[in-house]
Design a protein around this ligand. Structure first.
Ligand SMILES: *Cc1c(COP(=O)(O)O)cnc(C)c1O
Length: 496
């Protein structure tokens, strides 16, 4: 299935070309006049010379070795790898959106401002909150902005001494990281036996030092925290604020609203819940929605509407925490989210969530006889299995994940959340057809049976992928990000 691909730099031949420029119609300056001699190469760079066909074949071959939502189920928990409808791409590609310049005068970008204005209203409605900022470029960026608002809010009331943020031990790693980055001390709250936050601990740890609490609900175990009302009450009574990590809001659209649960700030990941393709590193968007009390602290500019119906950017925001990004956010991502929300409408969004929850529960029940299920409750958009039983046979969760690749299926998230031993975190999403859910379940069941029968096959997987097991630690510490000619590469390797 996978043919050997020659490296781009090692193919081609001198003199081959994949481009043709029109004749130059401006005066040509010699390179020696334009660039100071010390910046000029002495020898031409050793670049490959290839025809267009060779370049196309190279990239198409590479793309065929890749895995994508458009190829098959992508059940990475806490990532919401759902299908991104192509009509959203077309909307973002409309020249009237795509070719805008951020410095264009307001009267020439009324459509873009109108879209941002309404997207803000939609997100506020979904969150159950009052105002939003579309600026943050990612979930973690939204968290940082949200925490900056918490800080500004307490400072405005003369309560600078509040320097603690409560975070459950099941939290996504970005939560404590964002809190620490904003200068807060993190107070970790243990989970109880039902997988929720231990309310007694929350009550014990809140007080005059509490700036706020960060929570994902449903949490990273895919479980809805049933004590949220009591938790919100305890934090508010102590003078703190509640931050909702809504990165994966797939379970709650049109069903429950963080604002109604008592949260003061929410971030959404438009690149997860609202269907912008992601996984390749961006661009994304992590807008935050907030209560009226926090709205004055949102960064400038905001999009406002005049009585005559026209839109403008309000830059005068004296209490704003300051800019956290250039211009107005990742506008193309905002267009996709707008298109997605408009295409579904309120009823459609609710169905998205109902199906996401149904799919997760279906898979959880199909797999529960074969793997340990540490929290045996109805889940929301995702669920977490444990590979403890398989570990007794010498097979680790990472082996199961690698073996899935042999079945042509992307692995789920593994070893997260940290509170589950040998965690396997599965988020099927609402967009998968029943057949894809079943094929995933069958593969997982077959692997569980292989673990009993023939653990070696699982432990040495993958057997059918272009590359086998990689040295992940080395890849992270010493990434090889550019090609070197073989001679230089050997020398560089010896240097290390
Ligand atoms: C993905 C995710 C984040 C971080 O979002 P980024 O856009 O990657 O910064 C935060 N919290 C949860 C629960 C997530 O799943």
């Amino acid at each position: 299935m996978f043919e050997a691909t020659p490296l781009l730099f090692e193919s081609g031949a001198p003199g081959r070309k994949g481009f043709a420029f029109p004749p130059c119609d401006v005066p040509e300056t010699s390179i020696h006049e334009a660039i100071p001699p010390e910046f000029l190469r002495e020898e031409p760079a050793p670049l490959p010379e290839l025809s267009e066909l060779e370049v196309i074949r190279h990239y198409v071959r590479l793309s065929r070795k890749n895995y994508a939502v458009d190829v098959g189920i992508y059940p990475l928990g806490s990532c919401t790898m759902k299908y991104n409808p192509k009509v959203n791409e077309e909307a973002a590609d409309l020249p009237g959106f795509k070719r805008l310049h951020p410095y264009q005068p307001e009267e020439t970008v009324q459509g873009a401002l109108e879209l941002m204005y309404h997207l803000e209203r939609f997100l506020c409605e979904i969150a159950g909150l009052d105002r939003a900022s579309l600026q943050p470029s990612a979930g973690a960026h939204g968290e940082l902005l949200g925490l900056m608002l918490i800080k500004a809010y307490h400072a405005s009331r003369g309560e600078e001494g509040r320097d603690e943020i409560l975070i459950p031990d099941s939290a996504h790693g970005t939560n404590p990281a964002s809190a620490a980055m904003c200068g807060y001390k993190v107070v970790e709250i243990p989970s109880d036996e039902r997988g929720g936050m231990d309310v007694k601990e929350v009550k014990r740890r809140v007080g005059p030092k509490t700036a706020g609490l960060m929570l994902t609900n449903p949490n990273t175990l895919g479980l809805f925290d049933e004590n949220i009302a009591a938790i919100a009450q305890a934090v508010h009574d102590a003078g703190g604020l509640l931050y909702y990590d809504g990165a994966n809001a797939n379970a709650i659209l049109g069903i429950s609203r963080p604002g109604d649960m008592g949260f003061d700030i929410v971030h959404f990941n438009l690149h997860k819940t609202f269907s912008t393709p992601h996984g390749g590193g961006g661009p994304g968007a992590g807008p935050i929605a907030v209560t009226k009390e926090l709205a004055p602290f949102l960064p400038a500019p905001t999009v406002e509407r005049r009585p005559d119906g026209s839109f403008y950017l309000e830059r005068h925001r004296p209490q704003a925490v300051g800019r956290i990004r250039s211009f107005y956010g990742n506008f193309g991502v905002l267009v996709r989210a707008y298109a997605y929300i408009r295409a579904h409408g309120p009823e459609g969004l609710r169905r998205v969530s109902e199906h996401a929850v149904l799919h997760a529960n279906y898979l959880m029940r199909r797999l529960a006889p074969y793997f340990d299920l540490p929290y045996d409750r109805h889940c929301k958009h995702e669920f977490v299995l444990s590979g403890k039983r398989q570990k007794q046979r010498g097979v680790r969760t990472t082996d199961i994940a690698k073996r899935l690749l042999d079945y042509g299926i992307h692995a789920p998230t593994i070893y997260f959340p940290l509170i589950v031993d040998e965690a396997i975190m599965i988020e099927p999403t609402e967009t998968e057809p029943l057949e894809a859910l079943d094929a995933f379940a069958e593969a997982m069941i077959q692997i569980a049976q292989e673990v009993e029968r023939d653990p070696e096959t699982v432990k040495s997987a993958p057997h059918r992928t272009p590359v086998g097991r990689l040295d992940e630690a080395r890849a992270a510490r010493r990434p090889v990000l550019r090609w070197r000619p073989p001679a230089e590469d050997t020398a560089a390797t010896q240097e290390r």
